[in-house]
Design a protein around this ligand. Structure first.
Ligand code: ADP
Ligand code: MG
Length: 370
């Protein structure tokens, strides 16, 4: 077993900054757990606490069901790859990988065996005798990974290891890492601020904000059932639109008014009656850009979500277009096909697919309805 468990862990630095607040997180044996959230939310501190590079003020850390709070980094059975982990430039890849093993006075033959095995697993035998300066960025990243893994540890901590790679290389490294994870049955904790990376890699995600864990779950769970506006906005690209609306009583419908626009949804959709107490109040209506439609034929079929909009810009992104709109003074992004080319300043009708909206409490930002 190589599960990793944090229980009520907190860390405040001498500067007074609290980086991690009462975090309880469990990575199961063999799981790929992604710790995700914007820069400064406490991801690195969390991983460094597991590795033993920071001491928590409160809480317990368990690795393989053993409490490790009092163990040194060397005594914990984890390998960590730090961001921009520098390789020793004057040493070959082989020597870079062997370095820490030699430091631990492991016999020469054993070092050589570990290096060879790790190189085979990572399919990088051909790089062993090269100097880091002759390698591409992604190869250097692979060596940093190899150097961390060479001691055959079952828990791997990765702190934004591919942040410096371009998108294409990064996607390639994701594939390699996933294959590696599967082949070796490693328990991986991987920190990233990139939501695409988080969704692509994680069996489960831990989304953090300001030191607090917001939600833990599979990418699908978090994407479709976020507990609050922060998690909803963090996952998805372009981010979910958030519009401040006033809840009204439209008979059989709840109405949501913003400026001159009003959208509506049948009251019967709100099975738990959560919206009743929000009548006359303001809430945040969330709608993903993929669920805002501009195709006139489709707009006709969604009268409850019809909205007047002015086109700001239409921007090609890959195979689709992002349509940046203003609706009653609110910026709204739609992700659309290129069927109709829109001009800046054009007045159009778009439709929110009301079955896809989210409603968040205006004060707490907690999800009210989904
Ligand atoms: P992330 O990795 O998510 O960007 P960090 O864990 O690095 O976040 O940082 C969380 C917060 O703690 C930030 O406000 C950061 O400035 C602060 N912090 C991190 N390391 C230290 C440190 N050694 N001393 C003081 N403050 C720190
Ligand atoms: Mg960090």
């Amino acid at each position: 077993m190589a599960n990793v468990s944090l229980r009520h862990v907190s860390k405040t630095f001498k500067s007074g900054v609290t980086a991690v607040r009462d975090c309880t997180v469990e990575a199961n044996d063999g799981e790929f757990l992604v710790v995700a959230g914007p820069s400064g939310c406490g991801k690195s501190t969390l991983l460094r606490i597991i590795a033993g590079l920071e001491t928590p003020d409160e809480g317990e850390i368990y690795i393989a069901d053993t409490m490790v709070n009092l163990l040194s980094p060397q005594e914990r059975d984890v390998a960590m790859v730090l961001p921009n982990h520098a390789l020793y430039p004057e040493l070959s890849v082989r020597e870079n990988m062997a370095f820490s093993l030699k430091m631990h006075r492991i016999p020469e033959e054993e070092v050589e065996r570990h290096v060879q095995e790790t190189a085979e697993i990572l399919k990088m035998e051909t790089l062993l005798d090269r100097k880091p300066s002759t390698l591409t960025t992604s190869q250097q990243q692979l060596v940093a990974l190899a150097r961390a893994m060479v001691r055959g540890r079952k828990v791997l901590l990765l702190d934004e290891p591919f942040a410096n790679l371009d998108r294409k290389l990064r996607a390639q490294m994701w594939k390699e890492l996933r294959a590696l994870h599967k082949r070796l049955g490693l328990t991986v904790l991987y920190a990233t601020e990139n939501q695409e990376e988080a969704m692509a890699l994680g069996n489960r995600l831990v989304v953090m904000k300001e030191g607090f864990v917001q939600q833990v779950g599979t990418p699908e769970e978090l994407y479709h059932s976020p507990v609050n506006q922060f998690v909803a906005g963090f996952l998805g690209d372009p981010p979910m639109n958030a519009i401040n609306v006033k809840v009204g009583d439209g008979g059989a419908d709840y109405t949501f008014a913003f400026g001159k626009n009003t959208v509506r949804m049948p009251k019967e959709w709100d099975k738990l009656g959560a919206l009743q107490e929000y009548l006359g109040k303001n809430v945040i209506l969330g709608i993903r850009p993929q669920d805002v439609h501009d195709d006139p034929a489709l707009v006709e079929t969604l009268p409850n979500g019809m909205v007047d909009a002015e086109v700001e810009v239409m921007e090609p992104v890959g195979r689709e277009f992002y349509l940046y709109l203003t609706c009653s003074g609110h910026s709204v992004t739609a992700s659309v096909d290129a069927d109709a080319m829109r001009q800046s300043g054009e007045q159009i009708k778009v439709a929110f697919d009301m079955e896809k909206i989210y409603l968040f409490d205006g004060d707490t930002e907690h999800t009210i309805w989904r």
